[in-house]
Design a protein around this ligand. Structure first.
Ligand SMILES: [Zn+2]
Length: 68
């Protein structure tokens, strides 16, 4: 019995890897990609939102892509 619960715990901690991504994740990837395309460094400021580079949106999108 103890052994079974250990196996279940190990299975839960396994990272999900594969070709299939849930639609929410695909949407997130697409959004992050668009943000990175639009929010680019332009003379020290963001071209899309005008904030000082790097702007929060670009940082967030980069973080999102890096986390996946
Ligand atoms: Zn921006």
């Amino acid at each position: 019995m103890g052994q079974i619960s250990i196996q279940v715990a190990a299975g839960r901690s396994m990272p999900v890897r594969g070709d299939f991504l849930p639609p929410e994740l695909m949407h997130l990837l697409g959004t992050a990609g668009r943000v990175i395309d639009q929010h680019v460094n332009h003379l020290g400021n963001c071209r899309a939102c005008g904030s000082r580079w790097p702007c929060q949106r670009a940082l967030l999108a980069e973080f999102t892509l890096g986390a996946l």
